[in-house]
Design a protein around this ligand. Structure first.
Ligand code: SF4
Length: 294
């Protein structure tokens, strides 16, 4: 009879992160939008390609003259579905989003007396998530993206569909865990010393894995094929654990492998958009905004 010794506990997410960095390279830097703008972008990107969502977001900025009005989305808050329909071309579920976008802005203005989410900067993350998820059309993907990817820079992991798919494949969450439950489960696994930049980077790397391999016919070339828990057996799970334990240390990763930034239509507008974000801390990094598509 063969005995298997239990493995000592270790930080699986941190090790997986190192593996992902070795495969995909560090993500490019990002433009930090103010929280309202990031929320709108996250809502647009639900089940929509990043490029499409970014293009529609830029069209909304222009149409509602958001940059000219110092980042104020007031005009979108007053828009009708009729105004919005032609602007949401290419977006998934345009009719739902045409209803949700003005409504969520009206709710924020009515609850807070202003179109501003800067007050969430000082709130505990769990409370901030709950507050956001009570707004019309805001689910865990939008709430986490608003907190993590905006100028709020909160330490919380965004989990979109691609990320969720990869996390299930790798056995990080149970096969039957819904996307909503997976967000909570994965956030509980975060290494203690991670900050907002780590969680954002991890989300982008997992998104890359889910999109590049799990969702495509290129599964055979996936670097995780030998260890993936897709066919979860005790042997496979152990293999994955051992492989993750052997993840290269950060200093052993290839240097200069930063991916080219997506060309963001927002880059030039970001400074103007952020003017309206009273109470939000200044951007920590620069570059192209992330849509965190779902
Ligand atoms: S082996 Fe397949 S299911 Fe597992 S991570 Fe790779 S592509 Fe996804």
């Amino acid at each position: 009879m063969q005995y298997t010794l239990p493995l000592a506990p270790f930080d699986r997410i941190a090790s997986l992160h190192q593996r992902l960095l070795a495969v995909f390279g560090p993500p490019s830097d990002f433009v930090r939008l103010d929280p309202i703008s990031q929320m709108i972008l996250a809502m647009l990107s639900g089940r929509t390609r990043n490029e499409t969502a970014l293009g529609v977001f830029a069209a909304l900025v222009e149409h509602f003259e958001v940059a000219r009005h110092k980042g104020s989305w007031q005009r979108l808050a007053k828009a009708s579905s009729h105004d919005l329909d032609p602007l949401l071309e290419g977006i998934t579920h345009p009719e739902r989003k045409a209803e949700a976008l003005p409504r969520v802005l009206q709710e924020i203005a009515s609850l807070r007396g202003a179109l501003d989410l800067g007050f969430l900067h000082g709130w505990p993350v769990e409370n901030a998530l709950s507050w956001l998820e009570r707004l019309y059309g805001v689910g865990p993907k939008t709430s986490t993206a608003t907190l993590n990817m905006s100028t709020l820079r909160r330490r919380v992991l965004v989990v979109d569909t691609a990320h969720w798919r990869a996390a299930r494949c790798l056995g990080l969450v149970p096969e039957r865990a819904s996307p909503e439950r997976s967000v909570r489960l994965l956030n509980r696994l975060l290494p203690n010393d991670w900050g907002a930049s780590h969680t954002e980077e991890h989300h982008i790397l997992m998104q890359d894995l889910g999109r590049t391999f799990c969702a495509r016919s290129s599964k055979a070339s996936c670097p995780f094929t030998n260890v993936c828990a897709g066919s979860a057996t005790p042997q496979r799970t152990r293999l994955l654990e051992e492989w993750l334990r052997d993840a290269p240390p950060a200093h052993a990763l290839p240097g200069g492998n930063v991916k080219t930034s997506q060309i963001s239509p927002l880059k030039e507008d970001a400074a103007n958009l952020n003017q309206g974000a009273a109470g939000a801390p200044p951007p920590v990094q620069t570059a192209s905004a992330s849509a965190a598509s779902c």
